[in-house]
Design a protein around this ligand. Sequence first.
Ligand code: TYD
Length: 211
Amino acid sequence: MPRGRLVTIEGGEGVGKTTQVELLVAALGRARIPARPTREPGGSPGGEAIRRLFLEGDGERWDALSEALLLFAARRDHVTRLIAPSLAQGIWVVSDRFADSTLAYQGYGGGVALEDLAKLHRLALGRFVPDLTVILDLPAEIGLARAAARASVDNRFERLDRAFHERLRQGFRQIAAENRARCVVIDGSSDPQIVHRAVLGAVEGRLRVAL
Ligand code: TYD
């Protein structure tokens, strides 16, 4: 049985990741490729427990390095208990955020040294990386306005300032530039169906499947 693939969808607030995860899982299903959606922080029961610790409370609850430690603990649980076993069974996994969010938010946004985050990644996950990462790109003010229009807006990061969100966007672009074989940047400002077609094109081209 061929191994499944891990596709991660990344980007700042309000870029439309969740919609794109749902549309991609549905398209894979229509192509008779077994696929499951998941998310970070969270995904596994242990990961979801850490998600609650991480997202609740005020903005000062954890410093950025403590956040990174929590996130990699959650991610290790998610990978070992859900993602890796699924891939081994030939099931594709599409994750709403993954390790690049920690690089962008806690690294570029929060000031944790990127080399420390790379060390944490190696400790928690070894060489495990996604097969494909789609980075949805959007000007910070459009993403924040979209996030503010949603009902469930109130997570700790949506309250941070414009400059933080601008650093996030530049961080994601830098990650894409440094990992060209794994990452593709897609403009998230268009209609969700147009973005979806671009995502399908990236999956077909990079992972050699027909959707
Ligand atoms: P969520 O409500 O899922 O927001 P979104 O719809 O934007 O994904 O909350 C996740 C929040 O956690 C989001 O603000 C980004 C933040 N986050 C990090 O700071 N680092 C990480 O590694 C991950 C996975 C998420």
